[in-house]
Design a protein around this ligand. Structure first.
Ligand code: COA
Length: 376
């Protein structure tokens, strides 16, 4: 383990919290999660272990975090038993809307606890998989608590048991996206917890923030883009057409990173390992060509602003290879990120401090002479 350090996550961001959970170095392209570089973490740890790392870094002792795989399995079962009581929540066309409404049905009473974190983490996976199965017209599959979280999620969402190579790739994805500094949805979650509200409300708010295309909603459109481009030699013309039409290139650019998002390389590596294991990935070569073309086109358009691939670019290729429908990409992001949201909730709650940022008023202030007295 390295040395304890103090850095500011976000070049020009306002610091709203001290955190031991993760750090984003946008100049160096380095993501540290609970003391590990994300590249190492994704190769050496499974999702449950990262939950344990994050939640214990958030100040919970080791004892309440024992038996996490089994307890998460039980939480998936508990959420599955709730399905008949979700009303029309899972019929929503959009997966994040379905997830947001379903999660509102989770019991939220009592003080913030590890049991609650396990409950919401199990529920996000179970509801996301149930929504995807229902949307595809397949029977909703019950969880198997004996399996790892990644394997069981993939089994439920695909309707069949995945190979070890596919499970491992999804596990690497969930670990890679589990936490990422003070991003929009994490900040949202912390704000809600800071008011003294409950964990379910905070997670529902986080889901709302993650849903947007500038945050977690980009990987589906990245796949649309790869399909629209079709072949490498058409990439430059297609991308230039998008910019001329005033649209952004999805999966490119980041508020913090001024170099390639390190998570893009982690996910690209996971796709390469799938290829080596004999899984046909289909779109890797095209994705690389489109990324290269997008870098060229964007650097001509914004010579002073490095716009490189972010996590969503290779998320699209990886999750597509794992057999997920593009509509399930953002809900699957939430399956991983909920671990970070819970950790931030614990850390924020421990401060006991309300987050109350300031705004700059640019409207009119009445002249003192024109003030209307409230009385008399
Ligand atoms: N495609 C085209 N232009 C882009 C761009 C993209 N992906 N990302 C940024 N730009 C341009 C902006 O249009 C802006 O140009 P302008 O100064 O001429 O108006 C300039 O670069 C700076 O953009 P800004 O909006 O200030 O950057 P930001 O830090 O707010 O943007 C994102 C960060 C992620 C919102 C942005 O890069 C984006 O929209 N990317 C696409 C969506 C995406 O992949 N989201 C997932 C993020 S993990």
């Amino acid at each position: 383990m390295g040395t304890v350090t103090t850095t500011t996550s976000g070049l020009d961001g306002i610091v709203v919290a001290d955190t031991r959970l993760s750090d984003v170095d946008g100049e160096a392209g380095r993501l540290t999660v609970a003391g590990y570089d994300v590249e190492a973490l994704a190769l050496t740890h499974g999702f449950e272990e990262v939950c344990r790392l994050l939640w214990s870094a958030a100040g919970l002792g080791a004892a309440p975090l024992q038996d996490l795989p089994a307890r998460l399995g039980a939480a998936r079962q508990e959420a599955f038993a709730l399905l008949p009581r979700l009303g029309s929540a899972l019929s929503a066309e959009d997966g994040m809307s379905a997830l947001r409404t379903s999660m509102g049905h989770i019991e939220a009473s009592g003080p913030l606890s590890v049991d609650q974190a396990i409950r919401v983490t199990g529920a996000v996976a179970t509801f996301a998989a149930a929504w995807a199965a229902q949307r595809a017209g397949r029977p909703v599959v019950a969880p198997n608590p004996a399996l790892s979280h990644a394997t069981d999620y993939l089994r439920m969402i695909r309707g069949e048991a995945p190979s070890p190579a596919l499970s491992k790739a999804l596990d690497a994805y969930l670990v890679t996206v589990a936490d990422h500094g003070m991003n929009a949805s994490t900040f949202t979650t912390r704000v809600v917890i800071s008011t003294g509200s409950d964990l379910v409300s905070a997670i529902v708010a986080g889901l709302g923030a993650l849903k947007g295309p500038l945050h977690g909603g980009a990987p589906g459109p990245v796949l649309d883009m790869l399909e629209a481009v079709g072949q490498p030699d058409r990439a430059v013309a297609w991308l230039e057409g998008e910019l001329v039409a005033g649209r952004r290139i999805m999966g490119m650019g980041h508020r913090i990173y001024r170099v390639r998002d390190p998570r893009a390389a982690v996910l690209e590596g996971a796709i390469e390992r799938l290829e080596k294991a004999g899984v046909r990935t289909g779109r890797l070569e095209l994705a690389r060509a489109v990324e290269h073309a997008a870098e060229q086109v964007l650097s001509r358009r914004h010579p002073d602003r490095p716009l490189r691939a972010n996590v969503e670019f290779y998320t699209a290729v990886l999750l597509d290879t794992l057999g997920l429908d593009r509509a399930a990409f953002t809900p699957t992001f939430a399956v991983g990120r909920v671990a970070g949201w819970c950790a931030h909730a614990f850390e924020q709650a421990a401060t006991g401090r309300l987050i109350r940022p300031a705004s700059r008023y640019t409207g009119v202030i009445p002249e003192v002479a024109n003030r209307v007295e409230a009385r008399g």
